[in-house]
Design a protein around this ligand. Structure first.
Ligand code: ADP
Ligand code: MG
Length: 258
């Protein structure tokens, strides 16, 4: 009954498998099978990069992981919490797994600081004062200490995405999910966002990263997954997958994008 509280109080073991996905299947009402029995275990501190063609199921996988989408079958456990029908568990996992999207989704009528404050106040019930302190720390961390009062329209795409990352971090997630976080950015702004992601990885954040930045994926990923038509075709240490893919389909994909 008190499994969530227990998880928070006793704390996780290091090296624990923080994400366990088993046999996940998702078919949309239109009949498209976006995920076809995928399984993956992720250790704390791992950075798993997910690469594959457009429409292969990458976003659906991430959305299932934090409960934005529900699977037809299979199991997901995040930090000891099963993603089941229990709304309490679903809420807990939404807080544990921070998500960053291609579109930054900041509230346009609120300053950067307020966007980050609000997440904490609404979701965590943090006091406004305490929230602001965390907000300032996080804006500093993403290199935007001086933009707390700026509105999204006054920020570049790269800056907005860094605010969105700070906002996700403000909920103190155990896992960060990135869905093509740099795909909507002008080329000159991609680096600043990847730098923030690289720092997070170095600090030991567990991350699942969907990206088309293959150089980044190879460098920062501990493991890489190649997904095609809703199946995990190949899972390997990131350097191995990019330098010496075993599966013909992985090779064919990489030869097109590298
Ligand atoms: P990716 O992120 O790899 O491009 P997606 O996970 O978005 O792929 O989509 C996987 C497949 O599921 C695609 O064929 C896509 O058209 C389909 N799909 C995604 N979302 C929906 C939805 N809400 N309704 C119907 N089909 C969807
Ligand atoms: Mg996608």
């Amino acid at each position: 009954m008190s499994s969530i509280a227990d998880t928070f109080e006793t704390g996780p073991l290091p090296q624990e498998e923080i994400i366990q996905v088993q046999g996940l299947t998702k078919t949309f009402p239109n009949g498209v099978r976006a995920l076809d029995g995928v399984s993956l275990k992720i250790h704390r501190g791992e950075v798993v990069v997910l690469v594959g063609p457009s429409g292969s199921g990458k976003s659906t996988f991430l959305r299932c992981l934090n409960g934005l989408e529900s699977a037809d079958s299979g199991t997901i456990v995040v930090d000891g919490i099963p993603l089941d029908d229990n709304p309490r568990n679903r809420r807990a996992i939404r807080t544990e797994a921070g998500m960053v999207f291609q579109q930054f989704n900041l509230f346009p009528h609120m300053t950067a600081g307020r966007n980050i404050d609000l997440a904490q106040i609404r979701v965590r019930g943090t006091s406004p004062r305490e929230a602001r302190q965390t907000t300032l720390e996080l804006l500093k961390k993403v290199g935007l200490a001086d933009r707390v009062e700026a509105y999204p329209s006054q920020l570049s795409g790269g800056q907005q995405q860094r605010v969105a990352i700070a906002r996700a971090l403000a909920l103190r997630p155990r896992v960060m999910l990135f869905d093509e976080a740099t795909s909507a950015l002008d080329p000159e702004m991609i680096g600043e966002v990847l730098d923030v992601m690289r720092d997070l990885a170095r600090e030991g954040m567990t991350m699942v990263v969907v990206t088309h930045e293959m150089g980044f994926a190879r460098e920062v990923g501990s493991r890489a997954v190649f997904i095609d038509e809703g199946r995990f075709v190949e899972i390997a240490p990131a350097q191995d997958l990019f330098d010496a893919p075993r599966e013909p389909r992985t090779r064919a994909f990489l030869s097109k994008v590298l």
